[in-house]
Design a binder for this molecule. Structure first.
Ligand code: OSB
Ligand code: MG
Length: 370
């Protein structure tokens, strides 16, 4: 039994090495909320993947902090926990807020496994010690800048590139990149920038031999995606639309997608991600692990998840240096010459938060007795 003693929250800001532009905006600095749980003499860490504002999802770092403080804490107080999978039941009265729940669940798994001395990837049933790395490339100033960027990542050894697209930055982009890199595995991510009325336009993507088109339509439009899927040969992958295991089930039943991008934060945590893994495996639907420009804490969790057998496509898991000059956690993630990212070896998440770096990146912090 773990008696939890303290929950702390740290709002940090890390400047990105390169600004990241998508169809919904540009990020120059990653604002992240880190959660730590103390108990039985150890500390576990979790990262909340909510953004600074409600653009990718309705959650923000501030809404996450609020629900954790006002609604999660009272449910946790005075309740010893035998295993992290008990958290779902404890938090079941709370509707929504998957990213806030996921951050807490991550910290609990990390604490639990540090006490047990077991690495997360092993506890989850991982089957590989390194995962294939892809890289997500934001919308650039112009085509030459994009081509340079793609060339640099291909040279580094990434196994596929994902290009962010939107109306006005799509067909010409694909023509240019495909011409220069005829055999490169390429996917595109629209972050909801198109409409079902754009079906004819989207059909033009089919000739570029893309691995998939990610989230072309609205975040809540499973039916629209099912209709679009019937018109395209390029497989549809859903990201924003898969906000829970139940939504994954609906999407699979409706045939809204042939591939799922799993982000444990978006779906409500590790247990929810494992449920989706089970659903997808039963139907032979391939998964891959998405990213949210996480710090090393969140990335460690993504790497562990990506070792599961159903995660078969290259992930949005890139080297630390692609995101940050200096991360708050150690060791940094490095790309191998094989284009993979190795799983950290230590217990739990397998990375350590460096106190001086946390302090340097910190904007505010809170601490609550449990
Ligand atoms: O849509 O996959 C996305 C980053 C922030 C928010 C949404 C997305 C992304 C990425 C980056 O594509 C993935 C990464 O962390 O490398
Ligand atoms: Mg996406």
């Amino acid at each position: 039994m773990i008696r939890l003693e303290r929950l702390s929250a740290y709002l940090v800001e890390l400047p990105l090495v390169h600004p990241f532009r998508t169809s919904f905006g540009e990020e120059k600095v990653r604002r992240a909320l880190l959660i730590s749980l103390e108990g039985e003499g150890k500390v576990g860490w979790g990262e909340c993947v909510a953004g600074a504002g409600p653009w990718y999802s309705y959650e923000t770092v501030d809404t996450a902090l609020q629900v954790i403080r006002d609604f999660f804490l009272p449910l946790l107080r005075g309740k010893p926990i035998a295993h992290p999978t008990e958290l779902g039941e404890l938090l079941s009265p709370i509707r929504g807020h998957p990213m806030a729940k996921a951050a807490l669940e991550a910290a609990l798994w990390d604490l639990y496994l540090r006490l047990e001395g077991v690495p997360l990837w092993q506890a989850l049933g991982g089957v590989r010690e390194e995962v294939p790395a892809g890289v997500s490339i934001g919308i650039q100033r112009d085509l030459p800048a994009l081509l340079d960027r793609v060339a640099s990542f291909v040279e580094q050894g990434y196994q596929r590139v994902k290009l962010k697209v939107k109306p006005g930055w799509d067909i010409q982009v694909l023509e240019a990149v495909r011409e220069r890199f005829p055999n490169l595995p390429i996917s595109v991510d629209a972050n909801c920038a198109y409409d079902l009325k754009d079906t004819e336009h989207l059909k033009a993507f089919d000739r570029f031999g893309l691995m998939m088109i990610e989230q072309p339509l609205r975040y809540d439009d499973l039916l629209g995606h099912a209709k679009l899927a019937g018109a395209l040969t390029t497989p549809i992958c859903l990201d924003e639309s898969i906000s829970s295991p139940h939504r994954a089930w609906e999407a699979l039943e409706l045939e809204s997608c042939r591939i799922i991008n799993v982000k444990q934060g978006r779906v409500g945590g590790i247990s929810a991600a494992l449920e989706i893994h089970k659903l997808a495996q039963a139907r032979g639907v391939p998964l891959w692990c998405g990213g949210m420009l996480e710090t090393g804490v969140g990335r460690a969790l993504n790497v562990a998840l990506a070792t599961l057998p159903g995660f078969t496509l290259p992930h949005d898991i890139s080297a630390t240096s692609r995101y940050y000059r200096e991360d708050i956690a150690e060791p940094a993630f490095r790309l191998t010459p094989r284009g993979t990212i190795p799983v950290p070896e230590g217990p739990g998440l397998g990375v350590e938060v460096v106190p001086e770096r946390l302090l340097a990146a910190q904007v505010a912090s809170w601490s609550f007795r449990l």
